[in-house]
Design a protein around this ligand. Sequence first.
Ligand code: 2M8
Length: 468
Amino acid sequence: MSSSALPSEVLTELRTSAIEVLRDNDLGGATRPSPTLYPHQWLWDSCFIAIGLRHIDPERASREILSLLHGQWPNGMIPHVIFSGSGSYHAGPDRWRSDLVDGGPEHVQTTGVTQPPMIAEAVVRVGEVFDPARRREFYRAIYPGLLRYHCWLYRERDPDDTGLVTLVHSWESGMDNTPAWMELTRRAAPIPLKLIRRLNGDGALDALRRDNKEVPSDQRLSATDLFTLYHLVGELRDARYDFSRIRASRVPLVQDVAFNAILARANDHLRDIAADIGEQLPNQLLRSARRTRAALPTLFADGMYWSRDARSGRLISRPTVAGFLALYAGVVPPDSVEDLVSRMTARRFWPAHGIASTPTDDPDFQPRCYWQGPVWVNMNWLLADGLDRAGRGDLAERLRAGTISMIAGSEGLYEYYSPFDGTGVGSNHFSWTAALLLDLLDGRKAAHHLPSARTGADDGEHLTRRGG
Ligand code: 2M8
């Protein structure tokens, strides 16, 4: 059923529950992703949340984004979690000890890694609903911190000027246990964890984890994967989150395709933001941004975009939703768009309810397990945007409408959904599902929210400003 076929009372009810979720998860100036599993502030969650909040409270939406700067490290990094809530989290401040790191933030505890750089997108989306004077005021407030963040990404994570920034933990990708990331992560597991995995002993370890109190273990990543991620946090902490030391360790390093695609788009937005307030991006950043656009096509092989193992230089050819974000970046050459789109719309990736995080024929596919198969509302949202940019507004609309009816089919607003039957799984009362649902319901009313359908490769001149 398409969303337009849903009765208007259902759409009104959906909107009301989305607003309720965002209110319930409001921590003051920031929003937690969900009430118990994720009680603090996450970087990319807050960006999606702001994109929804702009429809009900633009000022609150701008504060959601600005609050990310409270956790910014003096070197410019914006961390993936700011521990600003009061609940207990399974990978909380004691695992990271940002307070013990020289150069950690002064007034708040955070993690020591980052997350996909969605901030510039969220800034522009919120800017669209302000009048020009208020928009520029907001842009001026966020710009210095945002600029320092983009500069940090390149300075710290791309010291060799490849154009692609390197991630040091799967939590930075936001897609924690996709097969592509787990392939490398499992290789770096301590020997006891490797043995437990080989002996199918994950079930025994489940008793020791805390993240499965709200969500059953079989909807989360496996225990050995989770404990390997904790182990890698320890290695990062020992390296004081410093990339040159991390490089010298055995931590897996990945040029993540989705992260770099989001960065390519974010650089365009940042340039637009700067232009709007009469600022000029530093030449070095402009050069890096051009390099990113030029480097993304090097991740293309056999009809797909892949992440690269930054240590071996090898492409990690495990298909996941991440590769399709090349459409969102607008780097797919016009004559390759249809082929990539047909791969994405094939049943293995789009069986019924939007794009599966891992295709249904992958050996690791599990329809209800986290990033190993379920459909995520943020991915559908980004890919619908990418389809618009690629000139496939028809499919974008189908994806958006299908997302709304998928959400409507479950009681509650879930973290992820089975790609086969749309059953809601993971955490309930999930903020970015609520926020992006609001955007899907309200966003299309304003035509100027739709991005231009320009596509095409690496000229670095994509116009991303809409309206205003
Ligand atoms: C999930 O990741 C966190 C670690 O960051 C976790 O499992 O504890 C991911 O889905 C991530 O993308 C998301 O930002 C976070 C909070 O919603 O949860």
